[in-house]
Design a protein around this ligand. Structure first.
Ligand code: AMP
Length: 548
């Protein structure tokens, strides 16, 4: 027997239809790539996205075809997303921070037919045009004025396509299991792999993230996603903001502290989301300029672990509450958030902070387990480390084109590659990426935990901890510190700062001051590159042990 409710495919075009019907006048404000602030509304975005759909159809794009975007967060990018997805084509977001060879690799792997680009990226595309043979059309996301300086044979003008096509276009009408989006992982090992989201997975992710214990957006909010649409779908905000009718503020390419602060204040932003490095830049800017945050109430921080100093800075200096989140491209991306339970909410502020610094608990439909290397379940006791496994309807089942083969265990769980603990409150804490965890004397040391405490040192701009070879202990931690401009410090100052805050045997064997701590394409500390740079480095304690 079948149920008797309406069979309504969960396709994402319905989200923008809803925003147009019920929140049509709500603004979408962008710092345009050309410079000026541009104002539009959900109704206009809907109309213009439909025109783009017709333009894409005229260019020969149909269901399942991949259309790439190489673009900052702007209203035009939102229009491109819905214009592509609404007709069943697949929106492939490209991360401009990737090296050109990686970009070409994923464009070819995805067989992108059309590529939307901001003016910013024309030089990269022009230099590599010959290496992306599948792309038949390039659309430059600007108007005729912006096209004047463009010297790119055959490039189409975004605003021309909008103007020349009608808004009469039927969206949806296909199965919810059709692909809607494609995003490649950053590929820290081997080639990047594609995660092919379905309409259903994006729709469910949107519904789940709207919950109060998740992102908790509302029609009363003004939302500024600093997290880029090209990395893990801007944590779903280009879906969840129109779904609830929140005003959307898009920062374009200017993500420095001063530019973000200006938009937060002038547009009355109440909610924002970004990786820790962005927030660190904002806090530094606010302190230097004695700036205020008069409307911002909540920020979600994820992508890498949140240092305590950032949470305290927001909470104590600016009255902004922080929600720590964990996720990955493979989980659409939100997997856990550290919003308190009732028991935690009753604790003192200091006790609650312990939980805010963890990555949090899964919302309904995300299932987690910890396992050892043999795949056996480990206890949720807050201290046992294990591989973090995840499953659910918006978690990857298989990479695009089957890359990487079978990626789920017998119970359907995906191995995140993260090592974590889960405590008795259900709060998960990432200890490390499995390949970054430091193995010392058969025990594991969390590089992330030491980094975060070291980051609380007032002279530290950025810290990273890696394992270095040791003849007796296998590996020992080394702390790399980039100091704030004009600062000088000694190793002892940093070691003293760590004292009492970590187990004694976790204390780094050495502190190395460096000019630069490299960040990868997704804003995370690039430990692979650091390890390459540190090749040939020998721990002073290793030297002593060798000569003893
Ligand atoms: P990506 O797919 O590029 O977003 O990378 C996902 C990875 O980023 C995860 O597997 C984690 O290793 C890391 N990550 C994301 N959020 C956090 C967080 N809040 N704390 C620590 N690591 C995180």
């Amino acid at each position: 027997m079948q149920g008797r409710m309406q069979d309504w495919p969960l396709t994402v075009d319905r989200i923008l239809d809803h925003a147009k019907a019920w929140h049509g006048g709500i603004e979408v404000v962008s710092r345009s790539v050309e410079g000026p602030i541009v104002r539009t509304t959900y109704a206009q975005i809907h109309d213009r996205a439909k025109r783009l759909s017709n333009a894409l159809k005229a260019l020969g794009v149909g269901k399942g075809d991949r259309v790439a975007t190489l673009a900052w967060n702007t209203g035009r990018h939102v229009e491109a997303w819905y214009g592509i997805m609404g007709i069943g084509a697949v929106c492939h977001t490209l991360n401009p921070r990737l090296f050109p060879e990686q970009l070409c690799y994923i464009i070819n792997h995805a067989e992108d037919k059309v590529l939307f680009t901001d003016l910013t990226f024309l030089p990269i595309l022009l230099a590599n045009r010959a290496n992306m043979p599948t792309v038949k059309h390039f659309v430059v996301m600007t108007d005729r004025e912006g096209m004047k300086g463009v010297d790119f044979p055959g490039a189409l003008c975004f605003e021309d396509l909008v103007e020349q096509n009608s808004a009469d276009c039927a969206w949806g009408g296909f199965e919810e299991t059709l692909p809607a989006g494609l995003c490649y992982t950053s590929g820290t090992t081997g080639n990047p792999k594609g995660v092919l989201y379905t309409h259903r997975s994006n729709f469910l992710h949107t519904l789940v993230t709207m919950g109060r214990d998740v992102m908790g957006l509302s029609a009363t909010d003004v939302v500024l996603p600093v997290v880029p649409m090209f990395h893990a779908n801007a944590w779903g905000i280009a879906f969840s903001a129109p779904a609830v009718g929140a005003k959307l503020v898009m920062p374009g390419q200017k993500l420095d502290g001063a530019s973000v602060h200006e938009l937060l204040e002038t547009e009355g932003v109440t909610f924002s989301a970004a990786v820790p490095t962005v927030w660190q830049m904002l806090l530094n800017h606010l302190r230097e300029t004695k700036g205020k945050l008069t409307t911002l109430k909540r920020v979600v921080i994820g992508g890498s672990a949140v240092p305590e100093a950032i949470v305290r800075g927001f909470r104590d200096e600016f009255g902004v509450s922080v929600t720590h989140a964990w996720g990955m491209t493979e989980t659409s991306p939100l997997g856990t958030l550290a919003n308190p339970t009732r028991a935690i909410a009753m604790m003192s502020d200091e006790e609650q902070l312990r939980f805010t610094l963890k990555q949090g608990r899964p919302p309904v439909s995300v299932e987690l387990k910890l396992v050892n290397d043999a795949g056996e379940r480990l206890p949720h006791d807050g201290t046992t480390f294990g591989r973090l496994m995840v499953r659910g309807p918006f978690v990857v089942g298989e990479y695009f084109k089957g890359d990487g083969g079978e990626i789920l265990d017998e119970e359907g769980y995906f191995d995140t590659g993260d090592v974590a603990t889960i405590d008795e409150f259900g709060f998960m804490q990432i200890t490390d990426r499995a390949k970054d965890v430091i193995k010392s004397g058969g025990e594991w040391i969390s590089s992330i935990e030491i980094e975060n405490i070291a980051m609380g040192h007032p002279k530290a701009a950025l810290c990273a901890v890696i394992g270095a070879a040791h003849p007796k202990w296998d590996e020992r931690p080394v702390l790399l510190v980039k100091l704030k401009e004009g600062q000088a410090a000694t190793k002892e100052e940093f070691l003293q700062h760590l004292e009492g805050k970590i187990a004694r045997w976790w204390t780094p064997d050495d502190v190395v001051f460096v000019d630069d701590i490299p960040l990868g394409a997704t804003g995370k500390i690039d430990k692979k590159l650091i390890r390459q740079r540190m090749e040939g480095y020998v721990l002073p304690t290793a030297r002593q042990a060798a000569t003893a």
